[in-house]
Design a binder for this molecule. Sequence first.
Ligand code: SF4
Length: 267
Amino acid sequence: MEEAARKPLRDERPRFLLREMRSACASSPNMWKWTLPAWAGKMDADGRNYNTCPSAGICKDLCFARHGTFKIPSTRQAHQRNLRYVMDDLAGWEQQLTEELHHRRYQRPKTYCRIHDSGDFYSPEYLHAWLRIIRAHPAITFYAYTKQIAEFKEIVCPDPPPNFHWRFSYGGIQDHLIEPGDPHVDVFPTNAALEEAGYTSQEPSDLLAIYAPETLGIPANNHRHLKKRQGAHTFRALQRAADEKAAQPRAKRRGPASTRPGTKRST
Ligand code: SF4
């Protein structure tokens, strides 16, 4: 798209970057969130490609944030506007959010900020910007689910800000890096299935991402076609099966030559 046809960025910047969390699992009045578009696509405004979830695996085919209310045009536009801001002017975004968090609405006791309703820490620069923001506001508790396991183990884990809590999230191409003892979350087909596996359900409060034991479970979102696609499996099991399939030699994956359609049996 022609540069002149692009809307000036400054006009697109909202006064407040964070939105109040209003979903059923927002159990505290002081919960705020920052959201990017889920996974990959093209910007409606200028046709640029993006990928906010570079370590997404099977989750991208079961992602609630690619369906339902996330597809409402105004919601989609708002999320893409957020992403354009961080992609085009990361320093300006960091400064605005750092200043915004001094506003009185974030000064109440027990204020929480969930980083990413959807999307992930898609680059080290973006992750470092968040770490600086978090350190600048020690009275606010920040939390996130992430599939960027390697980046967190390298960048965050050695010296984490005390007011930042994260959980590794199964269903991504870095699942194999999640170690015993790492706080994590898995998506189960039902609440009964997660309880049977000894997991704590996140349903009563998203703040269980912070306070629950290391094994947190989320029951599958209520999209009928996604539930059907997930079947009786967890994201962790589906990703493991996908990884095993990908690791098989190509010929083996395709099956014996003699049984493939169109191949003649040699005698
Ligand atoms: S990482 Fe999260 S937001 Fe991204 S595609 Fe997977 S489930 Fe969706």
